[in-house]
Design a protein around this ligand. Structure first.
Ligand code: ZN
Length: 394
């Protein structure tokens, strides 16, 4: 959005401005003093970073009101009607999207199933979904852009998916075709990163500066917020917790290597282990495995409980590694597999506590969040809002 490379100080300023906007969005109306207190900033920093947000009409000030002792203060609030934004999540079986206002409030939602998820099909469906959602907007002129979450290795600068095992994609330009089809700017990121932004703004990450979202289910994903900033790594691949090598002679992983966490803790790993039990050899899917584990007193039920516990144990070792390395405040377990946490959680927590170094486990809260379906897409919309308010063009 600007010419030339911004300096490190500019980048820190932009990041802080996005944090200020997010705080006003989640905790506003709030005074300048309140912002400085909550974010640990000097009042002069808040005063320096606010003008572009006010000039661009992204934030507005109320009339001075009395908020306690001292002089009445003007409060800041988000001008939610300034723009609408579309957030999209591309999954192997469907494309889900939401239309939000500038306050990331969901105005409309839509979902289209995918018969197959080739890039051409999925991106055409995504473009149609954007058009459908924008038809719900008061005026299309106010559409700011489209945020897209894709599972896998995403190069967000290039707007492309380098590799996605779950979609079977390699070197796919996501932003180009979608921008051409919709006429809007497109921001692309890893889907777990969109969830990290949503958790930071609306969920369990609101009150902590360093946390991880770990998704469990058909794969194991991870997104990181470190010292208040989304961490993507040198080339966008940070957080590949699923491919942490845990057992050199373990089962083969989807990535072709052996003994990765994902090969030990995914729903496929649970099923593989369970089917070794003759009484459960024909268990069709993970839902049936959950039903066996919760309701069967025989050998199949015992095998199912053991399979979930083994997955939990591997996950707990992975989480301990994550926590030992990064000293996180919190780990939020999400994803479609989280609803079975009664089955894998106890083994996960004991392995986590066993392998966490020193006080790392005590300092880190682990919680489960069966994320609402549209939070992923809402997080993708937040990416666009965040990019805009970092360095607003007024
Ligand atoms: Zn792997």
């Amino acid at each position: 959005m600007s010419l030339g490379q911004p300096s490190a100080a500019d980048l820190i300023g932009e990041r802080t401005r996005a944090e200020i906007f997010a705080l006003v969005l989640t905790a506003g109306p709030i005074s300048r003093t309140g912002i400085a207190d909550r974010l640990g900033l000097a009042p002069s920093t808040v005063t320096r970073l606010l003008p572009p947000l006010l000039a661009g009409d992204y934030l507005r000030e109320t009339r001075a009101v009395s908020t306690g002792p001292g002089r009445p203060q003007r409060l800041l609030r988000v001008n939610a009607d300034r723009h609408v934004v579309v957030g999209v999540k591309i999954a192997p079986t469907h494309v889900a999207g939401v239309l939000t206002d500038m306050g990331a409030r969901v105005l409309a939602r839509a979902e289209t199933p995918l018969a197959e998820c080739s890039p051409a099909t999925a991106l055409a469906v995504a473009a149609e979904l954007v058009t459908t959602l924008l038809a719900e907007a008061p005026t299309r002129e106010r559409a700011l852009g489209v945020g897209v979450g894709v599972g896998g290795h995403v190069d967000s600068r290039a707007g492309s998916c380098r590799y996605s095992a779950i979609l079977g994609w390699r070197e796919v330009d996501v932003a180009g075709p979608l921008a051409a089809a919709t006429g809007l700017p497109v921001v692309v990121d890893n889907d777990v990163n969109t969830l990290v932004v949503a958790q930071r703004w609306f969920g369990g990450g609101k009150d902590v500066d360093s946390f991880a979202v770990v998704t469990v289910g058909s794969g194991v994903g991870c997104g990181l917020l470190l010292d208040g900033a989304l961490y993507s790594g040198a080339s966008g691949m940070a957080g590949e917790l699923g491919h942490l090598p845990l057992e050199p002679d373990g089962p083969t992983c989807g990535c072709g290597r052996r003994g990765c966490l994902e090969a030990l803790a995914s729903s496929g790993a649970v099923l593989r282990r369970l089917r070794r039990c003759p009484e459960a050899a024909d268990c069709p899917d993970v839902d049936a495995a959950v039903a066996l584990a919760r309701g069967d007193d025989g050998p199949a039920g015992r095998a199912a409980r053991a399979a979930f516990a083994a997955a939990g144990q591997a996950l707990g070792r992975g989480l301990a590694g994550l926590c030992n390395l990064l000293n996180l405040h919190k780990i939020i377990i999400a994803g479609e597999g989280v609803t079975a946490h009664d089955l894998f959680g106890p083994a996960m927590m004991s392995a986590f506590e066993e392998h966490a170094f020193s006080e790392a486990a005590r300092d880190c809260r682990v919680c489960y969040d069966p994320v609402e379906d549209d939070l992923w897409a809402r997080g993708a919309a937040c990416l666009v809002i965040r990019e805009t308010v970092r360095a607003p063009l007024s």
